[in-house]
Design a protein around this ligand. Structure first.
Ligand SMILES: Nc1ncnc2c1ncn2[C@@H]1O[C@H](COP(=O)(O)OP(=O)(O)O)[C@@H](O)[C@H]1O
Length: 293
């Protein structure tokens, strides 16, 4: 009980700080339609008939990416962030930065992350608030959030402070998720993310066959590849379990608000990226942008 009171008190202060940051982030800036054209953008509604998008004239997109560990949230969020000119904010990256900083939280975080558990809502809200504040100071507008919200409580806090336009739910078979996580590598020098897994899974139980070529690094990164400490088989399985238990309900949270766009990945990047752009009604986005310029 005492812990609950403590959590709600501290979450309240984090919430007001996120709220304050969010307000300062979106007020006082002139809309910049030159780089991202958000004012004219609205996804096709095919698979989500109730998707009701806010008119985003005064700011850029505010999207959330959901999906199990290993599904490719980072890959596609980062590509879309480049395309739309909005920051890709991954709370997993914020946690890893904090871990690497050897700050006061790093020991506590490393134990939680390396066991595949979720960091407390309070810590995550704090890290995210700081990131949004830094972005606000640089004039960032809009965001693509990856890995947040991961609990209903985080979703409620986010809903209390700002409007989310679209929630993209990326989906992939669970056996493929495990292989993909085991194949993840990062270049310790340039920070690039790669995947050495070569996936060829036959169709079974109503699931179609799926093939994904590895995403190999350039030769100069090859000798500098590292594996995340939490990408061991045991920890990945636990993270997938935690996702199903704690984060799956977040899908329903947004589905019931008509904001969820489901996307089944048909394969690797070459097959999935064009189909994703099509699902988001962004397939001719670049052409429209240059025609309007
Ligand atoms: N929104 C969040 N809430 C709680 N913990 C989080 C959140 N985002 C990231 N984390 C922590 O950081 C770890 C790594 O996150 P992430 O890079 O998103 O991994 P993945 O999606 O591959 O599981 C998570 O296992 C969790 O411990």
């Amino acid at each position: 009980m005492a812990a609950l009171t403590r959590l709600s008190k501290s979450s309240f202060s984090s919430l007001s700080s996120l709220s304050r940051i969010s307000r300062s982030l979106y007020s006082g800036f002139a809309p910049d339609t030159s780089s991202h054209g958000a004012s004219s953008y609205s996804p096709r509604l095919g698979s989500t008939p109730n998707l009701a998008l806010k008119d985003t004239k005064d700011r850029s997109v505010q999207w959330v990416f959901l999906g199990s560990p290993g599904v490719g949230k980072g890959t596609y969020a980062s590509r879309l962030s480049n395309l739309l000119g909005v920051p890709h904010i991954a709370t997993g990256d914020l946690v890893r930065e904090e871990l690497a900083s050897s700050g006061p939280l790093s020991q506590e975080l490393s134990e939680i992350v390396n066991q595949g558990k979720l960091v407390s809502d309070e810590i995550i809200i704090n890290l995210l608030s700081k990131r949004l504040e830094a972005g606000g100071a640089k004039g960032e507008l809009g965001f693509i959030l990856d890995g947040f919200p991961r609990t209903i409580r985080q979703a409620e806090i986010l809903e209390g402070v700002t409007e989310i336009d679209l929630v993209l739910n990326l989906k992939l078979r669970e056996d493929v998720l495990l292989e993909k996580c085991l194949g993840r590598r990062t270049c310790s020098q340039c920070g690039g993310n790669f995947n050495v897994a070569s996936i060829n899974v036959k169709g079974a139980n109503g699931h179609p066959a799926i093939s994904m070529a590895p995403l190999l690094p350039p030769a100069h990164c090859m000798s500098k590849l590292v594996t995340r400490a939490d990408d061991t088989e045991e920890v990945i399985k636990h993270r997938i379990h935690v996702y199903n238990e704690k984060s799956r309900p977040v899908e329903e949270f947004y589905r019931s608000r008509g904001k969820l766009l489901e996307f089944d990945l048909p394969g690797g990047i070459p097959e999935s990226w064009p189909k994703l752009l099509e699902a988001l009604n962004l397939d001719d986005y670049k052409e429209k942008q240059s025609a309007a310029a």
